[in-house]
Write a protein that binds this ligand. Structure first.
Ligand code: NAD
Length: 276
C-alpha cells in the first residue's frame, strides 16, 4: 500500500538540526529579509537582524521573535555600503550569538531610470549594497564555516539575475553579479559542507517595490495602476505577487538536510516569469 508522508513528519525533517544555529539576515527590518527572519525563527534559529528603521519597531520585532519562538536575537545597524561596518557586524555577531552558521545576503535597493539619465551615485550605491556587500560578508564568514564543516549561504538575487528589464541598469547588473558570485563561492566551498545558492524572486509587494511604482510610471509614461497591472504582474503568469512567507519557506528548505546537495543554484520563485 502506498505510504503517504505525514505533514508533521515533513516539517520536522525540514527543520531538524536547525534549532540553536545562528542566522544573520542582512536587510531584515523590512520586506523579504524580515519574512526570512521570521521563517528561520520558526525553525528555531537564533537571528541577527540588520537594516534601517525605528529603534522601537526593531525592538518590538526582536521581542515578538524571542517570545514566540524561544530563540535569541541581536540587531546590527551596519550599513551594507560600508565594508568596515560589515566586518564589525560579523565580529559583533560572533561575540553575541556565536558563529554565523547561516548567512543571508538580502539588503538591497533599487532605482528606475533610463541609462542616459541614471545618476552615477545611484549606480555606485546599488552595486555596493546589492553586490559588493555580499562579497564582504561571505569572505568574513567562510573561514568559520569551513572550520565547522557546515554553513549555508543564501543570496537574495532576483528574476533580474536571469533576465533584464529596461530602466534598471544598475539593479540588473548587480543581480547578475550576485549570481556569478554565488556560483563561484559554491565551487570554492563544495567540499566543506557549505552550500551557496541564489533565490531569484519575482515581484513581492514590499516597500522596495512600492517605491518603484511611481518611478516606473514616470519612466514609461503610464499611470501607477497601469504599472501594477501591465508591467509588474504582467511579467508573472500567475498575475499574483510572490509572498515573503513563500520566500521564507524556500530559505528554510535550503538550510535543511534535504538541500545538502543543492549548491550553486539559481532558484526562481517568480510565478513563471522566466519560463516564458
Ligand atoms: P525592502 O525595501 O522592504 O527591504 C530592504 C531592507 O534592506 C530593509 O531592511 C532596509 O533597511 C535594508 N537596507 C537598505 N539599504 C541598506 C544598507 N545600506 N545597509 C543595511 N541595510 C539596508 O526591500 P525588499 O523588497 O524586501 O528587498 C529585499 C531584497 O530582495 C533586495 O535585495 C531586493 O533586491 C530583493 N528582491 C526584491 C524583490 C521585490 O519584488 N520586492 C524581487 C526580487 C528581489
Amino acid at each position: 500500500m502506498e505510504q503517504r508522508p505525514i505533514a508533521g513528519t515533513q516539517l520536522s525533517a525540514m527543520t531538524s538540526g536547525l534549532r540553536g544555529r545562528t542566522a544573520l539576515v542582512t536587510g531584515s527590518t523590512s520586506g523579504i529579509g524580515l519574512g526570512i527572519a521570521r521563517a528561520f525563527a520558526g525553525a528555531g534559529m537564533n537571528i541577527v537582524l540588520n537594516g534601517f528603521g525605528k529603534k522601537e519597531d526593531i525592538e518590538a520585532t526582536q521581542h515578538v521573535l524571542e517570545t514566540s519562538f524561544s530563540i535569541r536575537t541581536a540587531f546590527s545597524a551596519a550599513d551594507m555600503s560600508k565594508p568596515t561596518d560589515i566586518a564589525q557586524m560579523i565580529s559583533e555577531t560572533e561575540a553575541s550569538l556565536g558563529s554565523v552558521d547561516v548567512l543571508v545576503n538580502n539588503a538591497g535597493i533599487q532605482h528606475v531610470e533610463p541609462i542616459e539619465s541614471f545618476p552615477p551615485e545611484k549606480w555606485d550605491a546599488i552595486l555596493a549594497i546589492n553586490l559588493s556587500a555580499a562579497f564582504h560578508t561571505i569572505r568574513a564568514v567562510v573561514p568559520g564555516m569551513k572550520a565547522r564543516k557546515w554553513g549555508r549561504i543564501i543570496n537574495i538575487a532576483s528574476a533580474h539575475a536571469l533576465v533584464a528589464s529596461p530602466f534598471k541598469s544598475a539593479y540588473v547588473a548587480a543581480k547578475h553579479g550576485v549570481l556569478g558570485l554565488t556560483k563561484t563561492v559554491a565551487l570554492e566551498t563544495a567540499e566543506h559542507g557549505i552550500t551557496a545558492n541564489a533565490i531569484c524572486p519575482g515581484y513581492v509587494l514590499t516597500p522596495l517595490v512600492e517605491k518603484q511604482i511611481p518611478e516606473t510610471a514616470q519612466a514609461r509614461m503610464l499611470t501607477e495602476d497601469q504599472v501594477i497591472r501591465d508591467v509588474l504582474l504582467h511579467a508573472q503568469p500567475t498575475h499574483k505577487f510572490v509572498t515573503t512567507e513563500e520566500i521564507g519557506a524556500l530559505a528554510v528548505f535550503l538550510c535543511s538536510p534535504g538541500a545538502a546537495s543543492m549548491t550553486g543554484a539559481a532558484l526562481p520563485i517568480e510565478g513563471g516569469w522566466t519560463a516564458q
